[in-house]
Design a binder for this molecule. Structure first.
Ligand SMILES: [Zn+2]
Length: 201
């Protein structure tokens, strides 16, 4: 077995991944941690999302996330490689909605900027009221982002907290972390509310 060497080619770098397979008992990891959905965001996609979020401190802003569904020996994970700003999105008070105009814009920009990527989720801001999914947010997730791999990111622009929600066992569930480049980001967790539609401004 090849030992991992440090950069100077000196001492072997001890690494748990080098444990021989025949010394390991085949058994699923005992808690749900191993089943957590892994989401990786490229630094460029993250910057584009955050830059859009920073354009207003008062109004909710939204956009979609694009990328690729991937798998490795630990299972399915999501690679987010781009973000498209949701220009023209209506805001009912503090609630974001996706109008036909929003979708037309998003599809146009995605085809131009990310022709090889698919829509893998959405993001929106909560300026000062915490990380959770409102009833309207849940409605959006259930109706527009209901493929198993699709996620919702919430950016709290006042407290700088972030949250990410994915589909687990039929429920929209807060994830504990995602990765931006090689940096692990611990997430604020909140509830997903019961689905409602906005009743108007
Ligand atoms: Zn919201």
């Amino acid at each position: 077995m090849a030992k991992r060497k440090d950069d100077k080619g000196g001492k072997p770098r001890i690494d748990y991944r080098d444990t021989p397979k025949d010394k390991a008992v085949s058994r699923p990891f005992p808690t749900a941690v191993s089943r957590q959905y892994r989401v990786h965001i490229s630094p460029g996609a993250y910057k584009r999302m955050k830059d859009h979020a920073a354009t207003s401190a008062d109004v909710e802003l939204c956009g979609v996330l694009v990328g690729t569904v991937c798998r490795d020996d630990q299972g399915i994970y999501l690679s987010v490689t781009g973000a498209v700003e949701g220009e023209g999105a209506n805001t009912y008070g503090t609630q974001v909605t996706f109008t036909q105009q929003t979708w037309d814009h998003i599809h146009r920009v995605r085809e131009r900027d990310y022709p090889d990527a698919q829509i893998v989720g959405w993001f929106h801001t909560h300026p000062g009221f915490g990380v959770f999914l409102s009833g309207m947010d849940t409605f959006i997730q259930e109706n527009f982002f209901n493929a198993p791999h699709q996620i919702a990111i919430v950016l709290e622009t006042k407290t700088k907290e972030e949250g990410c929600f994915g589909w687990v066992d039929g429920k929209i569930t807060a994830l504990q972390r995602y990765w931006v480049g090689d940096r692990e980001v611990r997430l604020a967790t909140g509830e997903a509310g019961h689905s409602t539609t906005a009743s108007g401004p």
